[in-house]
Write a protein of this length. Sequence first.
Lengths: 212, 212, 212, 212
Amino acid sequence: MKSDATADANNPALSRRRARTRGEILAAARAVFAEKGYHEAGIAEIMQRADLGVGTYYLYFRDKHEAFVTLISEGLAGLRNRVLAQLDGVAEPTLALAAHTIFTAAYEERDLFRLALMDRNESLQTWNARSLLIDGFTQALLQAQTDARLPASASVALLARFITGVITGAINWWFEHDTPSPDEMTAQVLSFLGGGALPASLVGTWPPTSGA
Amino acid sequence: MKSDATADANNPALSRRRARTRGEILAAARAVFAEKGYHEAGIAEIMQRADLGVGTYYLYFRDKHEAFVTLISEGLAGLRNRVLAQLDGVAEPTLALAAHTIFTAAYEERDLFRLALMDRNESLQTWNARSLLIDGFTQALLQAQTDARLPASASVALLARFITGVITGAINWWFEHDTPSPDEMTAQVLSFLGGGALPASLVGTWPPTSGA
Amino acid sequence: MKSDATADANNPALSRRRARTRGEILAAARAVFAEKGYHEAGIAEIMQRADLGVGTYYLYFRDKHEAFVTLISEGLAGLRNRVLAQLDGVAEPTLALAAHTIFTAAYEERDLFRLALMDRNESLQTWNARSLLIDGFTQALLQAQTDARLPASASVALLARFITGVITGAINWWFEHDTPSPDEMTAQVLSFLGGGALPASLVGTWPPTSGA
Amino acid sequence: MKSDATADANNPALSRRRARTRGEILAAARAVFAEKGYHEAGIAEIMQRADLGVGTYYLYFRDKHEAFVTLISEGLAGLRNRVLAQLDGVAEPTLALAAHTIFTAAYEERDLFRLALMDRNESLQTWNARSLLIDGFTQALLQAQTDARLPASASVALLARFITGVITGAINWWFEHDTPSPDEMTAQVLSFLGGGALPASLVGTWPPTSGA
DNA sequence: TATGAATGAGGCTTCATTCAT
DNA sequence: GATGAATGAAGCCTCATTCAT
């Protein structure tokens, strides 16, 4: 019984084995959660797909929730890093750049995003894809206001929600369809955000002009 | 003369009582579902809030699912009617008109919309608020194409998703905040949809122009 | 509120009405019990078939059990009376006479007998068709012993069980078939009871004779 | 290497454990079912008597029904084998032989037979003790007809029911009494089946002779 | 470390029975 | 008397979690 909190650090081989098993569990969890949703998924089914015993799950995760949270937070951390990497060093980052990175990632890992957008699980709010996007856009827009690239009068909070809505709307589309490609999707979204997609007459005004 | 499918019609008093009880259950269910989500809600809790015995639930609904579905489908039917009524007779309906009606309804019945947007419940897809909006906008845009108010080249399916994304993004905001009013929200969204909210330099282009 | 324990006696009309309703409930109960068995039958179903409200049931019977018991005990009392009437005045009653009466009644009211033979309901033992038959035959055989028509060495208790077994075996047959008629059935059973149906070589002996 | 339908075979220790638990559940179920009948018995009570948690039941049986069916079908299969083994190789099998084997088994496992004769459970008909006996005797008698040991005119179907009735009547007796022994019971039944137990004058004739 | 049998709280649902109308 | 809405105890079953091997 030399099991120790620092066992991992002491024994690189063990550590590597642990990491692999953990990864297998996460992969299985991802597949099952994506397929059936958080509530309908069962630990037994996950571990069966991972070709491991049920009990093993609890050697790596505290409870059912944890693998789910881990899955999403690790996935979203990856997304976050990719976006930051893209934007890093760019003098004046555009939505175009951000959207393209997000779409590329989302298209590649659709099942993960299905999860991340799916269960509006109370305590999870923080680790929700939506929240991450909203936060990201909020910060970006605030920065843009600081840089005077966006009028100070703009309602940043709402704008961030609107943009997030468009992005998630697009990703949702991919849950049912395989086209268009992330590139094409980016172009479509940009056109939409730029205001070029909807004729003014179709959009209308509010309050309605007298003529209406 | 008992065996009669129209027993209700025979006795108005009973019929009224039944309707009232049913309404009370639905109201309680709405509150509880909105507060805790479908899965965490329990029949016992619903009926306790309705001040009725557990068994009574099953006199009005087949199972746990049914009240949920009823709630959403009846709610969305109401929304649908309101929108249709607003647009009815208007020669050239605008997004402005539609958005304003939707926002007014959504603001009034926030908990219902929280439900309707919440659980991405498998078999419910059809009675999802998102689906309803997507379908509605899809049809409206198709009509606009027919009327040549929208270029034939526009990708209706995607546009409908984008617009729906913006609308639900706005409604989501209200789940956490009480302002702005539906009127103001409509104005904000219209400005966004019209392309006037985001400067072109911020949006950028895709593929990025050489200059970027 | 002149409802009184003696109301029935005071008001013949009411009494007649009560009797009729009671009869209708019993008829419906008989049908439903016979069709689905005691446990699967429900008060609601019975009263629906009787074209009466659920609550009405409890104006006539204390609980679910009571109608069942009533049904069987009244039915068996009828059988008892028929048999006694047949045997009454006969100097030396035979099994033939008893069997024929029983078969005639059982054939006419198969559903009742299905009930009476069906649920081996603990507390019901006493009001079981089997028990009634066993008791009847036991008494008859004891009487026969007293009259020296049956050897004193005979094991009356067992004989009564055997005869009852044959009789119920025959009645069971009718739960699945409509022939033969009670007359023919009586003849078959008598032949069997008389020992003429099974050749001695087929029956064999116990303990086996050396030759076997 | 987890996913394996033959997991049991891989690990004899676990396999043995599983078998033991399963046996304990079946034993407890047998006791409880026999004592209170199928409907009044509860999973909780069964598992309490088995000294196991409720949930464990469902690791071994799909639902409440399954243990009951298993109990009876396994029990009857055992009876069937015993009888067949006894009769195997005997040139001219007699009822004596069959009855004795049946009685010996029934006496040893009275509670099982109580179950098997008890609930006339709809879908169970096939796995009813009564049905098994009837089928067995039917086949035996048909064979006897083929061998000319029984007149071709005999109504095999009815005879099988009568014999079964006598046998079950005898077994029923044991549900309330401990004597006589299977040997003595066999003798009594044989005497009855041979026609030596009931004087012709007591049996009578059908239709009644003029003199009666 | 890995396993999978065992656990039991908790959820949904039924239905005999009551009671206000 | 008749009704049927309301009741709630009780039962079956699931599944996240534990623990002995």
